[in-house]
Write a protein that binds this ligand. Sequence first.
Ligand code: MN
Length: 431
Amino acid sequence: MSRDMISRDLIERDNARALPTLKADYEHLAAVLSRRGVDIEAIKAKIAGFGVAVPSWGVGTGGTRFARFPGLGEPRHVFDKMEDCGVIHQLTRATPTVSLHIPWDKVEDVVALKETGDALGLGFDAMNSNTFQDQPGQAHSYKFGSLTNTSAAAREQAIAHNVECIEIGRKLGSKALTVWLGDGSNFPGQSHFTKAFERYLDSMRAIYRALPEDWRLFSEHKMYEPAFYSTVVQDWGTNYIIATELGPKAQCLVDLGHHAPNTNIEMIVARLIQFGKLGGFHFNDSKYGDDDLDTGSIDPYRLFLVFNELADAEMAGANGFNPAHMLDQSHNVTDPIESLMVSAMEVVRAYAQALIVDRTALAGFQEGNDALMATSTLKTAFRTDVEPILAMARLEAGGAIDPVATYRAAGYRAKVAAERPAVTGSGGGIV
Ligand SMILES: [Mn+2]
């Protein structure tokens, strides 16, 4: 039995109040789906088995390059972050793992961290390394790059840091390392594209060699920022080359915000699936750039279209298909716990909508070149309000029918605000 962050009595009281309406909605949706040949219980079972990882850095308030406006009761260290993640999972039952960031989450006692996760019912998803900023006292600066730095000593230091992340992750039960770096250039001519990429590949080969047998190495591409002229791992093409060059344990990580506006991300996802190189996701949403807004808050249809590809691959039994699902967001104007709960539910919602797409009909319309009916088939699924499935799955797993309402009723933020004095530099960040 997991340690409760929110009173079980409160959850049960709130749920009891909401249950009659949920039951009626669920029965209605069951009838609607049944007419389409969809078994609601089968969809609910898949939803119950689905999880998305919470990024440890997401439970602190983020910021922009202009300012950061701290929230109340922000986590002071990784143990506080784990408790906030425990709240999210207890209420949504959709976030069974946490994705840690080193060194922001580095602790002396890794065993205690593992035990905290166990007590809260939380596992550890991919480890994230950080060579995009200098740490106090480090010998070599990353101002001009890390894994691609022209200095061999700086590159060695960056490699050693990634290997350390693997070692910490092993003790926690993680099975993957995500590498994102800001290496690139701000001026034409500043960096030799080919030499920089050769250095990158050599560094990543050294990290790959340190991977345990059952681990995966995710490389994450990003078009620009912090480098504004060129970025070494700038797009999925370069990312695919990396994963192919390194070997079978290397796969590509797709952060939805790391593309040019209007990029057809779902098509990138399909390509990576086809060639066994889709490692996983950082979910978020954006209007202009790497905005790190809440998942599904701007373009929920795009999120659905991404999941349409994922559900298609899952049902087709695509070779090597096992993507990691993680959130990667920065919360500036909301309570991060509320944003992460809502975002996790948006991810699950997109998955549920994708599961009810009539794939037999869609395939027929595609073969027959019936564009209108093909796209209508997707829209029919997208327009379906699947909330009763999500809510019933949460309820049956011990979560809240309405997680935000129950969270607010619990007064958790006020409670931790009293316990946690405001601190700066707790590692809330934008990655
Ligand atoms: Mn990311």
